[in-house]
Design a protein around this ligand. Structure first.
Ligand SMILES: Cc1cc2nc3c(=O)[nH]c(=O)nc-3n(C[C@H](O)[C@H](O)[C@H](O)COP(=O)(O)OP(=O)(O)OC[C@H]3O[C@@H](n4cnc5c(N)ncnc54)[C@H](O)[C@@H]3O)c2cc1C
Length: 278
């Protein structure tokens, strides 16, 4: 049998993510009737949670550990983990929500991109697609969208060409993967523990994105643009539109002013510390 040996370049950025997921009974009063909440892990907290309403009055709760020990599947481990999140929402729901069934864990060690488009030859009649080309840290929720876009691109290639299908498709797939790969790994490289190539530009972009996310807490225009970018509906460069940069700057200034107003002056701190302020 003839053998075909292909040397495919691969790039890896460690992610070390563990999802621990469990269903809970949903009460309409939870989250004041909202259908879900997302608390992403940050470089300091490294823990997150996603709570989403399901059919049959249930919640799906996923606790996310990013470079820290996982939540643990025991229900008693869920509550202390949720208490470490920067928002109280999930912890509050767990206080009263009844667990259903057992927890399940999923581990994701690293994002990997294989550069099939750099090959000079590839066997006819075969293609590689989806996660086999590139698998991203699932925190960013891009894998299925990318796989669907690649399927669409493969359809276009086989409609137009009869030969070199694999190589033509890999070039189209690389264009689809470029942006989500860059946004996912640059975001992961904010974590001190992540191993991968860092760049000054990547660090600068991450600093801007962090400020954009903080401003988006109270600015719905920034929040919607950010969601559109992460769901591949808008190009990441669109977050650098002057009007948006202005909103990010305004948000940073407002936060700074709030923090200055909230800081106690030295005298007040002393009174409080000695218990005389009450
Ligand atoms: C924990 C986790 C959470 C995720 N969350 C999201 C999310 O919220 N949003 C999102 O867009 N993406 C998410 N993803 C990514 C998404 O699941 C993948 O990007 C997507 O499923 C890739 O599709 P695929 O067809 O390439 O691979 P898969 O969906 O993995 O399909 C590959 C199939 O091949 C089968 N298979 C493997 N080996 C063989 C074999 N030798 N013979 C026969 N069959 C075989 C497997 O059983 C599997 O059914 C998540 C991934 C993980 C791990």
């Amino acid at each position: 049998m003839a053998q075909c040996v292909l040397a495919v370049e691969a790039f890896l950025v460690t992610a070390v993510v563990v999802y621990t997921t469990r269903l809970f009974r949903r009460d309409k009063r939870h989250l004041d009737g909202d259908l879900g909440t997302v608390v992403p892990p940050t470089p300091t907290g490294k823990r997150g949670g996603v709570l989403i309403a399901q059919e049959g009055d249930r919640w799906t709760l996923t606790l996310i550990a990013h470079f820290v020990p996982a939540a643990g599947e025991d229900i008693e481990a869920f509550r202390p983990f949720a208490a470490l999140l920067p928002s109280r929402d999930i912890e509050d729901v767990l206080r009263t929500a009844e667990p259903i069934g057992e927890a399940m864990s999923a581990r994701f060690p690293a994002s990997i991109r294989r550069r099939y488009e750099r090959l000079q030859r590839f066997p006819e009649g075969l293609v590689v697609i989806g996660d086999a080309i590139c698998s991203f840290n699932p925190i960013y929720g891009q894998g299925m969208s990318v796989a669907a876009l690649e399927a669409e691109a493969l359809g276009a290639v086989v409609t137009e060409a009869r030969t070199r299908i694999g190589l033509r498709f890999f070039r189209a797939a690389a264009r689809i993967v470029d942006t989500p790969w860059t946004t996912a790994v640059e975001s992961d490289l904010r974590m001190a523990e992540a191993v991968g190539p860092r760049s000054a530009i990547g660090n600068a972009i991450n600093a801007y994105v962090a400020r954009l996310q903080q401003a988006a807490h109270t600015d719905p225009v920034l929040a919607v643009r950010f969601m559109r970018i992460t769901n591949l509906l808008a190009h990441p460069l669109s977050m650098f539109a002057p009007a948006l940069m202005w909103r990010v700057l305004k948000g940073a200034v407002a936060r700074k002013l709030r923090s200055l107003n909230a800081s106690p002056v030295a005298g007040e701190a002393t009174v409080s510390a000695t218990g005389l302020g009450h």
